[in-house]
Design a protein around this ligand. Structure first.
Ligand SMILES: Cc1cc2nc3c(=O)[nH]c(=O)nc-3n(C[C@H](O)[C@H](O)[C@H](O)COP(=O)(O)OP(=O)(O)OC[C@H]3O[C@@H](n4cnc5c(N)ncnc54)[C@H](O)[C@@H]3O)c2cc1C
Length: 448
């Protein structure tokens, strides 16, 4: 028998959110779940209430409704990265770290699509069960948009890749994409119907609230210590503790704060701004659309209709922060970049300023694999979202639950073939390399 008594993992740092996410600000204040207080027991403790953690909880409950599962979320559900992203649940390969969206082998792409569609199936099941409207969960598809000759060429090449995979898509010329976006900035577009658009904070809140006894979600309850006992683990929070047999670590890059995956997770932040509401007549085109850039490091844009007017979201910039804590200067600089991109794209909205600006953390691995699997006796990891966590982290969570309960599925088959995350270069070379790489890729993305 493996001895886990005496093993102790202590969190050296807890997550902090940077800036005010519009998605949270647009919802009523959350009256969520209380903190963990006192001493309780659970069959499984999940650390982290984002896409990975909540999806794992839902899957565990579906597989074994009798399991007592406790989810510990450090902050308020929906306020960390999973609730403050751009809301694209993307079904097709799309890597922030990849050079080429369509350049992988057909088999790898097929696997990536299967991973994403497993995640979308989970999201859809929650949406149907909770009877969400299209303001929360909208299977409307997405556009990829180009702004340069290189972007145009990229879309054509990517469309060819989709053709060879048998995936539905439609190339749009400048006139067609202009009639949708209402702006003349884009030179071409590609429509892909499989993406689901969500209001991310509402989605994550709703996913958490769909969980019921014997699953409990504790908010404002950061796990600060994991201690091995003779028969399992004790997870402590500032005001309570849980004795458990097994743990799913679903806190993405913050796994490293416990000493797991040291020097294997690259802490990249990305940034978004959202405008004030404006009268819909100020911007021609459809009132609702969502577009990712033709080149991987470009700018994502989304138009969101509302009863009191519409808003535009701009997501751009990637920054590296070894300690998972960017300063306020990074938010300011990202905001200035967003304003530049926004002015260039939406001249008719010149008088409409940004109202909210925020950023959030992602954890990438050098070889783009998840930080996944049993890392200590009874501790399973579902971390390393690799940028597109709405799908990848959701799938990490589902797969962790499946592996833990011995299920054999298409997901576990794919996940069993992933390599371990590769060690990153030592510091200071890691920081220098990450910053240089991001700067080069942003320069390459140019106006896109
Ligand atoms: C501005 C922005 C736009 C983005 N747009 C998209 C997009 O459109 N589509 C997409 O797929 N991805 C997008 N992403 C990335 C996506 O948000 C992440 O990949 C995703 O949130 C990762 O999910 P996760 O569950 O692994 O981690 P997280 O969402 O980070 O969840 C981890 C949770 O663990 C909690 N935690 C950490 N430490 C502890 C602890 N000690 N105890 C308890 N809880 C702890 C955190 O508070 C957090 O809630 C975007 C990100 C940002 C910031």
């Amino acid at each position: 028998m493996v001895t886990i008594a005496r093993k102790v993992f202590v969190a050296t740092r807890l997550p902090k959110n940077t800036g005010v996410s519009a998605w949270v600000a647009m919802l009523p204040p959350r009256h969520g779940n209380g903190r963990l207080q006192g001493h309780v027991t659970a069959d499984i403790v999940i650390i982290g209430g984002g896409f990975a953690g909540l999806s794992a909880a839902r899957r565990l409950n579906a597989l074994d409704p009798g399991l007592k599962v406790a989810v510990l979320e450090a902050g308020v559900i929906g306020e960390a990265a999973a609730g403050r992203n751009s809301g694209f649940i993307i079904d097709l390969p799309h890597e922030v770290s990849s050079e080429d969206y369509g350049g992988d082998t057909i088999t790898k792409n097929r696997e990536a699509i299967d991973i994403s569609r497993s995640a979308i199936a989970l999201a859809r099941s929650v949406a149907e069960e909770q009877r969400w409207g299209r303001d929360i969960f909208d299977p409307c598809g997405r556009y990829s948009v180009a702004i340069s000759d290189e972007g145009d060429r990229h879309l054509i090449k990517y469309a060819q890749g989709l053709g060879s995979l048998g995936e539905e898509h439609r190339l749009l010329d400048q006139g067609e994409i202009t009639s949708i976006t209402g702006v003349e900035t884009y030179t071409s577009g590609l429509f892909m119907p499989g993406t689901v658009m969500v209001q991310p904070a509402a989605y994550i809140r709703g996913l958490a609230d769909s969980l019921h006894a014997p699953v409990s979600v504790y908010e404002n309850s950061p796990a600060i210590r994991i201690e091995g006992q003779v028969t399992g683990w004790t997870v402590s929070t500032p005001q309570g503790s849980i004795d458990t047999g097994r743990i799913i670590l679903a806190n993405n890059g913050h796994a490293e704060n416990f000493g797991f995956f040291e020097s294997r997770l690259l802490h990249i932040f990305t940034w978004a701004s959202m405008t004030k509401e404006f009268p819909p007549s100020l911007l021609a085109g459809d009132r609702k659309w969502a577009a990712t850039p033709a080149l991987p490091m470009g700018t994502t844009v989304r138009r969101i209709p509302g009863e009191r007017g519409d808003r535009v979201l701009v997501r751009s910039r990637y920054t590296y922060h070894a300690n998972i804590e960017p300063g306020s200067g990074t938010l300011r600089r990202a905001g200035a970049k967003h304003d530049e991109k926004y002015r260039a794209r939406f001249p008719s909205l010149a008088g409409v300023p940004m109202e909210y600006r925020w950023g959030g953390a992602m954890a990438l691995t050098w070889n783009s694999v998840p930080a996944f699997g049993e890392i200590e006796n009874g501790i399973f990891a579902a971390c390393g979202c690799n940028g597109v966590g709405a799908t990848k982290a959701t799938a990490n969570g589902i797969a962790a639950a499946d592996v833990m309960l011995g299920q054999k599925t298409r997901l576990t088959e794919i996940f069993s073939r992933f390599d371990a995350p590769k060690p990153l270069p030592m510091q200071p070379f890691r920081t220098i390399g990450a910053k240089a790489n991001l700067a080069f890729k942003e320069w390459k993305a140019g106006a896109e």
